[in-house]
Write a protein that binds this ligand. Structure first.
Ligand code: OGA
Ligand code: MN
Length: 296
């Protein structure tokens, strides 16, 4: 496997490996090392189906149950529980209509976020496989939170060192005007905020990074409007063009990103007219980043 850096340096274009076959320990270790050095790896020409994608993903740890799948009614689910359905299709593979709640909720992906930051033990890697892509638009953009942290001024670094934020899907959906009642009474407990450190240290490289996400609704001990203004400022800083990379999809691309050190977002495309079908597996992280609030 060879890895070529893509601009601005935190995304690697990896070639010379077939990920759909079972891999040796050395190959898995080389991918992990590539992930630690970069933070996003792009592999072209990997014709996964859901079974081979899950098998490959499990090399890096246990898989998460997709939050979208978990919250959907079983009869509305198109894919297995471990597969996040990043598409505009319904169960019968038809385009979802304009007022479809799943479609509207998924527009939260257009905000800069880190996958599953609304879980007490948040995600490690996400692995996204392109099955059908639209003729134009629909890029995924990534931002490097290590570079974003490194370039903060010293006073801000000191201020945020031990800062704790609260994350919930309810907050990111509030931003796009998607009411939390849309998730149904049985899902309301899944919207309870979880706590995370704003500054994380990578377990292997020891590098610090900003742990931002659209799911952040407040900072512990801060008034909400002040917290949101502060998080918005940091997110603006962290997503400047010099820290970001746009991935233009080809069918059979597999992109892996480290949710501990990057943000990502989906870009617009003609989603009512063109099919975009990507399947995501998510590798669970191994620990909480902060103690959780005691249940009341
Ligand atoms: C995701 C995601 C962005 C996109 O799969 O987690 O946010 O471009 N996808 O679809
Ligand atoms: Mn995502």
């Amino acid at each position: 496997m060879d890895i070529t850096p893509l601009n601005p340096g935190f995304v690697g274009d990896a070639t010379g490996i077939d990920l759909t076959r079972s891999l040796t320990e050395q190959q898995v270790a080389a991918i992990e090392a590539g992930m630690d050095r970069f933070a996003v790896l792009v592999f072209h020409g990997q014709p996964f189906d859901d079974e081979t994608q899950m098998a490959f993903s499990r090399n890096f740890g246990p898989l998460e149950v997709s939050s979208g799948a978990e919250m959907a009614k079983p009869e509305d689910r198109r894919l297995k529980l471990e597969m996040a359905d990043i598409s505009n299709l319904d169960r019968d593979n038809r385009l979802r209509p304009p007022d479809d709640k799943t479609r509207l909720g998924s527009l939260g992906n257009r905000l800069w976020h880190s996958d599953a930051s609304f879980r007490a033990v948040p995600a490690k890697y996400s692995l996204l496989s392109a099955r059908i892509i639209p003729g134009s638009g629909g890029n995924t953009e990534f931002a490097d939170m290590r570079a974003a942290y490194d370039t903060l001024d010293r006073a801000t670094k000191a201020q945020i060192e031990d800062m704790i934020t609260e994350h919930s899907t309810a907050y990111s959906r509030e931003v796009i005007g998607f009411p939390k009642e849309n998730y149904g009474a049985h899902n309301q407990d899944k919207l309870r905020p979880v706590r995370h450190r704003l500054v994380r240290t990578h377990p292997v490289t020891g590098r610090k990074s900003l742990y931002l996400s659209a799911h952040i609704g407040t900072i512990v001990g801060w008034p909400v409007p002040e917290a949101r203004a502060f998080i918005r400022d940091l997110t603006e800083h962290a997503t400047q063009p010099q820290f970001t990379h746009a991935h233009q999809w080809r069918v059979h691309d597999l992109v892996i990103w480290d949710n501990r050190t990057t943000l990502h977002r989906a870009r617009r495309y003609k989603d009512l007219h063109e099919i975009r079908d990507l399947h995501r597996t998510t590798v669970r992280g191994d620990a909480q980043t902060a103690p959780q609030q005691e249940a009341a």
